[in-house]
Design a protein around this ligand. Structure first.
Ligand code: MN
Length: 499
């Protein structure tokens, strides 16, 4: 599926079952119905703040997930997700009726729900719990995102103060995590639903800007698209779909702020999106577009050869498409598209024949979660985690081709500590792309880093604390230094730190 997810407030269980059956031929539809009946009975008499029966909430949550054509067991868990927290029914009963796997997912969501603290502590507690959930079972996070999306879509029913808190949490915690997991569609929904509650005036302003650009460019884009269709056909380049896409509001807001609200400098408010069967077709289509129109300098981006850190792959180009109009195009295969929209969730996604897609490796996400857990256990400075987790990330490579994921501005010392504490502690020099560099050199995306270690090295240099960027490196350097102050002093005496 390539349509956007819609939060349908009046979805029916029959719709849900029909959807699940349509993408999963072997789905146990009875199980979905059973879960619905079970949850409905458990929530009997409970109402949402908006006045509708409570069951509407888990049903809509499941409906959001079904639009991603996700594995039926996740749908079942979504239907049951609030049962243990809000009713008398226990997790044991859920396990007895729906099995261990479903019960474990529900347990994970229940654990995420209970937050003790307020303010900054709540923020950290929230993050820590989510990283634990991610490390244990990413499906829990996927359900949690859908749950949050439905809650945001009905936020107006809550008291004002609570509205703000839920929206802010979504914007500051949920959306960045969805983004890091490559879940573009969820990230966009979380942000756009929270946006009006956090920055109401800016929200209205951005909406107006987007509408005016859509009005200005839509007809023109249609024309451009039909030209491309014709040309691709003439050159026998197969396509799955060519359509216009509108930029999500909050992401447009962020871009406008970066560009000092110079709307004319934002080219992708509306863009053309071309989805093709194979990798080679992407480059062929790009060639056709460049044959038709002159590209803007520096605006051709090959995220296929060099994916974004969250796994996003696509070709982007911006062209002078005639009549003085500038249009951006995004070209990708169907698989890339699904991964861009669903990210990690594509792992539990079905294709239209009802087969599970070959899953991409989710180990990276679990490793990331594990790493963040460790960091959060040592957390003192909130700004530091924000840098580590939310700042733009880059990919760097070991000489063997393993990918190391780092925040922008990271140095070879950060890289070394991310491979292993010992590599960091014994780090004595570094090569970037075969060139010897100083340890404070800033790594760029795609760099190949070779760490030169010295097994006789006593430990890290305190000087490294002046330039390392990641919390992990800081924690390890400080810990090692503290561990043996004496060795540290000896180290300084032997080897002056200003190298
Ligand atoms: Mn819920």
């Amino acid at each position: 599926m390539t349509n956007n997810i819609v939060v349908k407030q009046d979805a029916k269980i029959a719709d849900l079952i029909k959807m699940v059956k349509s993408y999963s031929k072997n789905a146990d539809a009875d199980m979905v119905q059973l879960a619905y009946d079970f949850a409905e009975k458990a929530h009997t008499g409970q109402l949402r703040k908006s006045g509708v029966p409570y069951i509407i909430h888990p049903l809509t949550t499941a409906h959001i997930l079904a639009q991603m054509e996700i594995e039926p067991s996740i749908i079942v868990a979504a239907l049951l997700h609030d049962v243990p927290e809000d009713t008398e029914i226990t997790l044991e009963e859920i396990e007895k009726n729906f099995g261990k796997d479903v019960a474990n997912m529900v347990r994970g969501i229940t654990k995420l729900g209970k937050l003790k603290y307020r303010g900054i502590e709540r923020y950290i507690e929230n993050l820590r719990k989510m990283f634990i959930a991610m490390a244990e079972d990413i499906r829990v996070m996927i359900i949690k995102f859908a749950d949050r999306i439905h809650n945001l879509s009905t936020l107006s029913a809550l008291p004002e103060k609570k509205r703000y808190r839920v929206a802010l949490e979504s914007l500051e915690i949920y959306a960045p995590i969805a983004n890091r997991l490559g879940m573009g569609e969820f990230k966009g929904l979380l942000e756009d639903l929270a946006f009006p509650y956090i920055f109401p005036k800016d929200y209205e302003k951005v909406k107006l800007i987007r509408e005016s650009v859509i009005t200005e460019k839509s007809a023109f884009l249609e024309k451009v698209i039909s030209t491309i269709k014709h040309e691709l056909k003439a050159f026998d380049i197969p396509t799955i779909s060519i359509s216009g896409r509108e930029k999500q509001l909050y992401s447009l807001y962020e871009k406008l702020m970066r560009k000092n609200w110079e709307v004319t400098n934002v080219y992708d408010i509306v863009a053309g999106r071309i989805i093709v069967p194979d990798l080679g077709d992407c480059y062929a289509a790009l060639g056709i577009i460049h044959k038709l129109w002159r590209p803007l300098k520096g605006r051709i981006k090959d995220y296929i050869a060099q994916p974004k850190p969250n796994g996003y792959q696509s070709l982007h180009t911006t062209v002078f498409a005639g009549e003085g109009k500038i249009i951006e195009f995004q070209i990708r295969t169907k698989k890339m598209h699904e991964e861009a929209e669903y990210g990690i969730a594509a792992h539990w996604h079905y294709d239209e024949k009802g087969h599970k897609l070959p899953s991409r490796d989710i180990k990276w996400a679990q490793e990331l979660a594990g790493m963040q857990k460790e960091i959060l256990n040592n957390i003192k400075d909130l700004e530091e985690i924000k840098v580590d987790f939310f700042k733009n990330r880059i990919f760097a490579f070991t000489p063997k081709g393993d990918v190391i994921d780092l925040p922008e501005g990271a140095t070879p010392v950060d890289f070394a500590y991310h491979i292993h504490t010992d590599i960091g502690n014994k780090c004595n020099g570094a090569k970037i792309n075969d060139q010897l560099v100083s340890l404070d050199t800033i790594i760029k995306g795609g760099d190949v880093i070779e760490i030169i270690t010295d097994k006789n090295r006593k430990g890290p240099s305190p000087d490294w604390l002046k330039f390392v960027k990641t919390h992990m490196a800081k924690v390890h350097i400080k810990a090692t230094l503290d561990k043996s102050r004496l060795a540290w002093f000896k180290n300084i005496i032997k080897k002056p730190p200003n190298r």
